[in-house]
Design a protein around this ligand. Structure first.
Ligand code: ZN
Length: 485
């Protein structure tokens, strides 16, 4: 009899990012880098590929490339050669893209990523500089090439400084891929290399994905292209892994292919049935000298690096006594981290962490907002934590207060006043506790006889009577006192 072998599937994911660098001008000419301006208003003979126009390397782009590499723990090359990547497409007027090939600016780094299953280290294979292509605008209802009546080209984007970052296939799950993309974005923003706004197309992400064979070897990988939000990176990978798993389970073979994730249908579609290795006929760019990056130059740029997310995480655990997990949650978003620090400077840092990484973040997640869009200010948070600390508002009522502050932007004390959420005073509370005892004589008797389990019921009765405006711990204490237990 054949024994069905139980197969376990392990995902193997590598990511490739294209990042617009935060320079004011383009990679090889003086045209301004712009977003959302009228088409073809920022062009010149260089970025339009006129014959005889000569490129000049943008020094700031090189600086940002080096700083990004250092922030990602890469080795910076002493000599960097630009190369021509030849291919024909309407968005590429020269017929080649200036890129870097076998002598990229940075290699061999890593970034550490906090996932729900712990910390993982994702290797960085390489980082190189290149220029972006122009933008094709497909005329028609869908906005895609398919079904459009014509294509227009906007050369404003052509020549925008671009950094390509390729990771090792070290990422074990779609969730970890999303966390990796997010961590990379935070690092790039911290260093000031890029705003890395996915909606503006400043950060684009492709993924290579396969399922490890039972013998441990790599399976056939497919490429998932152009995912334009962190959520879609995760969703697209989930769908693609499901697709590969179904193929393998039905005894089929995964074909090497390029796919596109459609968020509207939550499905992956094949773009090309077979991905041939393109022959780009790379050769060194004869119009540009190799870059010579001296160790002193690299050291100088390294000294300008600000505190990176990892370092901030370590500092949060040290300075505020937070767990690595809480510090990771707070430092995963630079704006949230700044909000936290403003609050933690005034009140107990652990309380601040509980409220911000717990309740406030839950409200942000529910509404899909960032902290910068939120009406809650650090001042509100400090006031709320002080109201709880002084016993003026119970912990549970304070949650309601935060919800209202989040909705209206009113101060916590104004909300407490308006909604009648102040804690019941101690004399009044004592009376409510007495009432609860006399209204539930059997339960009270059981507590007197040492049955502590029933106390919770009586606490519940008191909380109900005060509409939650009492401190549960204090109520329990009072009950125990009065029942001599
Ligand atoms: Zn130009």
């Amino acid at each position: 009899m054949e024994v069905q072998e139980r197969r376990t599937y392990t995902a193997v994911i590598g990511l490739e990012f294209h990042v617009h660098l935060a320079t004011t001008t383009k990679m090889f000419c003086g045209c301004r880098v712009t977003y959302g301006e009228p088409p073809n208003t920022h062009t010149c003979p260089v970025c339009l590929g006129h014959p005889g126009a000569l490129p000049v390397t943008n020094e700031k782009a090189v600086e940002l490339g080096v700083m990004a590499g250092l922030a990602l723990n890469c080795d910076v090359a002493e000599r960097v050669v630009f190369a021509r990547k030849n291919y024909f497409y309407p968005d590429l007027p020269k017929g080649y893209q200036i890129s870097q090939y076998d002598e990229p600016i940075c290699t061999g780094g890593h970034l550490d990523v906090l996932t729900s299953e712990g910390r993982i280290r994702v290797g960085i294979t390489r980082l190189h500089l290149e220029e972006d292509a122009a933008k094709n605008v497909h005329v028609g209802t869908s906005g895609r090439m398919h079904g459009s009546v014509g294509s227009l080209i906007d050369f404003n984007r052509g020549g925008t400084p671009l950094m390509e970052i390729v990771t090792e296939p070290d990422i074990p799950s779609p969730e970890a891929a999303r966390a990796t993309a997010n961590q990379l974005k935070e690092i790039l923003r911290a260093v000031g290399v890029s705003e890395a706004d996915m909606e503006k197309g400043q950060l684009r992400c492709d993924a290579n994905v396969s399922i490890r064979n039972p013998d441990g070897s790599f399976g056939t990988k497919t490429e998932l292209k152009n995912m334009n939000s962190f959520r879609f990176v995760e969703r697209g990978l989930v769908r693609e892994l499901e697709r590969q798993r179904e193929i393998l389970e039905s005894g089929g073979r995964v074909e090497q292919t390029t796919l596109h994730y459609d968020p509207e249908t939550d499905e992956v579609h094949e773009l090309r049935s077979k991905e041939y290795a393109h022959d780009y006929r790379y050769f060194p760019e004869p119009d540009l000298l190799p870059l010579e990056l001296s160790p002193a130059y690299v050291r100088e740029l390294g000294a300008q690096l600000p505190e990176l997310p990892d370092q901030m995480l370590a500092r949060f655990t040290r300075q505020y006594g937070l767990s690595e997990y809480d510090a990771g949650v707070l430092t995963a978003d630079r704006d949230l981290a700044a909000f936290y620090e403003a609050v933690a400077a005034e009140v107990d840092p652990k309380q601040a962490s509980n409220w911000i990484s717990g309740d406030l973040r839950a409200l942000l997640n529910e509404t899909g907002m960032d902290i910068s869009d939120s009406r809650v200010t650090p001042g509100h948070m400090i006031e709320l934590i002080e109201l709880v600390g002084s016993g003026k508002v119970s912990r549970s009522a304070a949650r309601t207060v935060l919800g209202k502050v989040f909705e209206t932007g009113d101060s916590p004390s104004a909300v407490v006043e308006r909604e009648g959420l102040a804690s019941v005073g101690s004399d009044e509370l004592s009376g409510v506790v007495d009432e609860a005892i006399s209204a539930n004589p059997d339960e009270a008797e059981r507590v007197r006889n040492g049955d502590k389990k029933v106390v919770g019921f009586l606490v519940g009765q008191v909380m109900k009577a005060t509409r939650g405006n009492a401190d549960g711990g204090r109520v329990r204490e009072l009950l125990m006192e009065k029942l001599g237990s």
